[in-house]
Design a protein around this ligand. Structure first.
Ligand code: NDP
Length: 330
């Protein structure tokens, strides 16, 4: 162990009841090739679940929570990384089956790291985090399946949340007409319009008819919500439209049927940020870094100290989070 790798603070789940902020020993970290001094982490929906002892994220105990980290390489046996490199990491098992990023020190696989884009710097890269990375993966997936700004508008669901708000900003910057769907239109219309939404709709509009086919309103969908909202979003897709699905904030079930697929030829693409292969990770960061307006990103980012991470996460579980929460680990 390097002399810099002294005891550090981190949120650790020792059992299924949730995480506590403790002083931790570097010797407990996983035996992986790259040590990172973590500067920032962030709170995603999964982090909120993990910190509060909800099932489905943490797969071994004890485990340091946190699916994101951004920081500086301290030491590495990986050929790509040198001490001092600024790196960011999203998913790849972090905070699920590997010790995570809500701590001052991490040991990670160098293969999974991405260099912090110079346009963004460390704090903004953390603000992007898994949520923004997933939004970028969704944009790339839509475009791989033929969507372009000329094809028609894109609906973003859960628009007030982390994935949704960055998706609105990214799509608008890429010249798409964005329709933002939120459960809080009166509270969030101004913010979503400022991010670039051309229109803000109440998500109740998507679920009210319950029919599998509705008026053909959008060419694409970025869905972070699932459940009846996803079914309603697919019902409004134009012929040959494309939707991505990444989340279940509104439910894991799909209460729809096959009619949009077989009568309108729509496609539904799954997004899994956790196991995204390296080249696609790099491509997503390369796409988002020059697109995202730093001032807009800052306008939807709140920074909290490490000790406040668990309290800050509670708002996401209540469906009341907005934008992104960065955790200042230093
Ligand atoms: P947030 O909590 O930041 O955002 C979720 C948003 O969903 C909320 O802001 C809210 O938006 C909406 N929402 C919340 N509860 C409900 C509900 N009951 N019914 C309908 N809509 C609801 O979470 P994230 O953006 O971090 O993550 C969103 C989802 O995506 C999560 O399920 C997460 O696990 C998943 N995810 C998956 C990834 C993957 O790789 N597959 C990666 C990243 C996230 P509003 O109030 O505007 O409607």
């Amino acid at each position: 162990m390097d002399q810099e790798m002294t005891a550090f603070r981190g949120w650790i789940a020792r059992d299924t009841t949730g995480a506590t902020l403790d002083r931790l020993d570097p010797a407990m970290l996983d035996d992986l090739d790259t040590a990172v001094r973590v500067r920032y982490s962030s709170i995603n929906y999964k982090d909120a679940l993990a910190l509060h002892g909800r099932p489905g994220v943490i797969r071994r105990h004890p485990l340091i929570a946190g699916i994101d980290l951004t920081g500086e390489v301290l030491a590495s046996r990986h050929p790509r990384w040198r001490p001092g490199d600024l790196v960011t990491l999203n998913g790849a098992g972090l905070g699920e089956d590997l010790h995570g990023g809500l701590a001052g020190l991490a040991a990670v696989n160098g293969d999974d790291l991405v260099r912090v884009p110079s346009e963004l710097g460390s704090l903004r890269a953390a603000a992007v985090g898994t949520a923004g990375f997933t939004a970028a993966l969704s944009l790339l997936a839509l475009e791989r399946h033929g969507l372009a700004p000329e094809t028609g508008p894109i609906l973003v669901t859960g628009a007030g949340g982390g994935v949704g708000s960055i998706a609105v900003a990214l799509l608008a910057a890429a010249r798409y007409e964005v329709i933002a769907a939120t459960g809080r239109p009166s509270e969030l219309s101004g913010q979503l319009t400022a991010l670039g939404a051309a229109q803000v709709v109440d998500r109740a509009e998507l679920t009210s008819s319950g029919k599998p086919l509705g008026k053909q309103r959008w060419a694409g969908v970025v869905d972070a919500v699932g459940g009846p909202v996803l079914a309603g979003a697919l019902a409004g897709l134009q012929h040959s439209g494309v939707a991505t699905t990444c989340g279940l904030a509104g439910g894991a079930e799909y209460p729809g049927n096959v009619l949009p697929f077989i009568l309108r030829g729509v496609s539904l693409l799954g997004i899994d940020s956790v196991r995204t292969p390296r080249l696609r990770r790099v491509a997503a960061w390369q796409r988002l870094a020059p697109l995202l307006d730093p001032a807009l990103l800052d306008s939807v980012t709140r920074v909290v100290p490490l000790a406040a991470a668990k309290d800050a996460a509670a708002s996401l579980l209540a469906g009341a989070g907005t934008g992104r929460i960065v955790v200042d680990v230093a």
